[in-house]
Design a protein around this ligand. Structure first.
Ligand SMILES: NC(=O)c1ccc[n+]([C@@H]2O[C@H](COP(=O)([O-])OP(=O)(O)OC[C@H]3O[C@@H](n4cnc5c(N)ncnc54)[C@H](OP(=O)(O)O)[C@@H]3O)[C@@H](O)[C@H]2O)c1
Length: 340
């Protein structure tokens, strides 16, 4: 098999293809011949040495794949062989062959392409947890979605519109026309405009009921301020920690310095009628059975045309470095994939 390794922390060029013997599925596992692997922003953080969960380098990153099952381990029903599937991987997804515990594998319905399926697990499970499970988004509420043009942002937009909410999104200006066409009601270029002031303006001073923010640092501070009474702020990442294509701690230090360590204390939350919560799908491995329930609901929404993965671009394995450049250059509108 071929895998893409992060050989050391650094620029996208540290991503290198290496060959290895095909893995054999152990008890309870299936082997998937991969047709597409999802790239996530966490992989960028991992490549830069800024992601504490990633095992030490050298390491094969990657949280999700789609493809076809070609072997099963002891205890797994042999009828899985030859089924189309997609899966969450606990790292190791940048590979043309993976073995995964069956609990993390989802059957791919007819009509769901391998590319679209690889764009579902991380983006849609995260958006679901943020908006539905923890954010409790309701009809006629307003949600502020940061990085609305990214994989999670577009998934969240589709779910929020389905729930009947109004969507305000932040994104680089070049994405605004496309994002408007994808249903975002109001767009803010957070790189040249103050999103706090613009959000107040858009909502007539009231603020928003839900914010999902993976930018981090100062952004969380402003977000908390712009929550309406009963508003909830969902924290789920620190994109702002990425300040360079080379390893650098400057962005992370800025995030830490800007983080509102003391603003969200119990008394202020209570008196302001606001909520703050966190989401990290990568720490949900003990909840896989619940996530399977989310997958069922999301696949139903896919059948209804609500869940519509948007692929920004697919890159071949030998273009993995270019794929990471593409994301760090903020060019992606939607999901970026690797195709063996
Ligand atoms: N906690 C979880 O379980 C979880 C799961 C999935 C994702 N996340 C987090 O959610 C965020 C979005 O993830 P994603 O996979 O949807 O992103 P993505 O598709 O890779 O989108 C990347 C976009 O992020 C924006 N961005 C913001 N700050 C940036 C920076 N410093 N450098 C480069 N781009 C930056 C850029 O768009 P604009 O310039 O248009 O803003 C860029 O195009 C990330 O922070 C990620 O770690 C968390």
């Amino acid at each position: 098999m071929r895998q893409i390794w992060i050989t050391r922390a650094g620029a996208p060029e540290v991503l290198q293809i290496k060959e290895a013997p095909d893995p054999e599925p152990k008890a309870g596992e299936v082997r998937i011949r991969v047709e597409a692997s999802g790239i996530n922003f966490a992989d960028i953080l991992g490549r830069l040495g800024l992601y504490p969960d990633l095992p030490p380098v050298p390491v094969v990153p990657g949280y999700e794949v789609s493809g076809r099952v070609d072997a099963v381990g002891a205890g797994v029903d042999a009828s899985w062989i030859d089924r189309d599937a997609f899966a969450l991987t606990r790292f190791g997804g940048y590979a043309d062959t993976v073995v995964v515990p069956l609990g993390q594998v989802f059957e791919r319905p007819a009509g769901l392409s391998a590319l679209d399926a690889a764009a579902i697990p991380v983006n849609y499970f995260t958006a679901w947890q943020l908006l539905v499970v923890m954010g409790g988004l309701k009809r006629s509420e307003t949600v502020l979605i940061h990085s609305v043009g990214g994989g999670v942002g577009i998934a969240a937009t589709q779910l929020a519109k389905h729930l009947g909410a109004r969507v305000i999104g932040t994104a680089s200006a070049a994405k605004h026309a496309d994002m408007r066409a994808l249903g975002v009601d109001h767009l803010i270029d957070y790189r040249t405009e103050d999103f706090e002031a613009r959000t107040r303006e858009i909502t007539g001073g009231r603020g928003v009921e839900l914010i999902i923010d993976a930018v981090g640092g100062e952004s969380w501070k402003k977000g908390y301020r712009v929550l309406a009474p009963t508003g909830r702020l969902g924290l789920f990442g620190v994109s702002a920690a990425v300040s360079s294509k080379e390893r650098s701690l400057l962005g992370m230090l800025a995030v830490l310095a800007g983080t509102p360590w003391f603003q969200f204390n119990p008394l202020s939350l209570m008196n302001a009628n606001k909520g703050v919560f966190g989401v990290n799908l990568g720490h949900m491995w003990g909840e896989v059975d619940r996530i399977r329930g989310w997958a069922d609901q999301l696949l139903d929404l896919w059948r209804q045309g609500v869940v519509k993965p948007k692929i920004a671009r697919s890159f071949r394995f030998d273009e993995a470095a270019a794929a990471h450049h593409f994301i760090q250059d903020r060019k992606n509108i939607g999901k970026v994939l690797l195709v063996p």
